[in-house]
Write a protein that binds this ligand. Structure first.
Ligand code: SF4
Ligand code: SF4
Length: 382
């Protein structure tokens, strides 16, 4: 049985978090059922970039601290690991851990922070060493701790999408380039879901993100929930429905259903608040690439062009976008990023990874005209 439980928690209050998460685990996900005494526990948050918790870009450190405490009290060794975008070296990752306030957490309760320094290829995908089971050095039981956020390509980023951060370093950008459309990208995510299978998924939806997520362009939105599930896909399904999204509008769920991986009858959903539903959640604008047959993608790129533009006032010339760009389309000139559009494939990795919010999305005149027409038609039909 796939079990998903929703609990309501208004704030990141350490005492309330601990009491509620602990009692939910004891009641619905007894640890002895999921873990053996010798297991090493790896918490896998979403640490997209160094970012303050109030921006809702990354998993809140209070949740990771709470989980660390709960598992340590039970006698487990607990680790934290992620592999966000272009942060590949230990120094880069230290910068992320520091920025996400996890260095303090690790020190306070004795957790070890791991680094994505080695990778192992599984089914054609290079994974970080800590995500590969059966490795001689160490095997971890993964607890997936994503943030509840919108995503400009996948509509939502929840438990399954968070597994993308198990892919080693810059390979993530290359896969984005290879599979630019949500349908194809969903195949990669499903492969990861089938390979990695976290023991538990604990989604941080207390301060979620809506609008043009998953990074600086999104807006924090207080939902006051944590969703815990023993299967990443079913956990995502529950959240997607609670946010008012139809299954066919969620590319990941659509693909999972096509592949016969999802059966609603197998789901047991338990909610602390039976009436909980989010009525006016703002999603990112739908990915038009999803609607266009692959053969016509070139025409789409020509006419319906969304392209990244550098906001020179915000750009610090840090060079992260240069590292993550899968096409080598960005250079730093006079301390500012400059994009060569003849190479750009509009994957938007640069926008996602820029922690200064210096990469904006510019739409073509054709798209602007379509939007205007949509507004006019909308007014006429009212
Ligand atoms: S656009 Fe962003 S990531 Fe790129 S150099 Fe400027 S500040 Fe750094
Ligand atoms: S410049 Fe273009 S190809 Fe490079 S990361 Fe940005 S959107 Fe992707």
């Amino acid at each position: 049985m796939k079990r998903v439980v929703l609990i309501k928690i208004a704030e990141y209050d350490p005492q309330i978090l601990k009491q509620k998460i602990k009692s939910t685990l004891e009641r619905y996900f007894p640890l002895e059922q999921y873990f053996s005494f010798r297991d090493k526990i790896l918490l896998k948050p979403n640490l997209l970039m160094p970012s303050s918790p109030h921006e809702a870009i990354t998993t809140h450190p209070a949740i990771l601290e709470t989980l660390g405490e709960i598992f340590k009290e039970k006698g487990f060794d607990v680790f934290i690991a992620d592999s966000p975008g272009g942060f590949v070296s230990e120094r880069d990752m230290d910068y992320v851990y520091q920025g996400c306030e996890l260095k303090d957490v690790a020190k306070r309760i004795g957790l070890e922070l791991l680094y994505p320094t080695e990778s192992m290829v599984r089914e054609g995908i290079p994974l970080c060493w800590w995500a590969v089971s059966g490795r001689k050095r160490e095997t971890f039981k993964i607890i997936n701790v994503p943030k509840l956020k919108t995503h400009d390509i996948m509509v939502l980023t929840l438990a399954v999408k968070n597994l993308y951060g198990c892919i080693s370093g810059l390979h993530k950008s290359h896969l984005h380039k290879k599979y630019p459309r949500p349908q194809e990208f969903s195949e990669v995510l499903i492969k990861l879901y089938q390979m990695i299978k976290p023991s538990l998924n604990i989604v941080d939806g207390i301060l979620a993100m809506e609008g043009r997520g998953p990074a600086k362009a999104g807006s924090p939105r207080r939902l006051g929930v944590i969703v815990i599930g023993n299967d990443a896909l079913y956990t995502d399904f529950v959240i997607s429905r609670l946010l008012g999204l139809k299954d066919e509008e969620n590319p990941l769920l659509k693909k999972a259903k096509e592949k016969g991986l999802f059966c609603e009858e197998e789901l047991e959903f338990i909610s602390e608040d039976k009436d909980f539903k989010v009525k006016d959640f703002v999603f990112a604008p739908p990915a038009i690439t999803n609607q266009i047959p692959a053969a016509f993608l070139w025409l789409f790129k020509l006419l319906i062009r969304f392209r990244p533009i550098i906001n020179k006032d915000k750009c610090t010339g840090c060079g992260i976008c240069v590292k993550v760009c899968p096409k080598g389309a960005i250079e730093i000139k006079k301390q500012k990023a400059v994009i060569d559009y003849s190479k750009c494939i509009m994957c938007m990795c640069c926008s996602e990874m820029c922690r200064f919010g210096a990469v904006d999305l510019q739409s073509s005149i054709f798209v602007k005209a379509l939007k205007k027409l949509g507004h006019v038609l909308g007014r006429i039909s009212k």
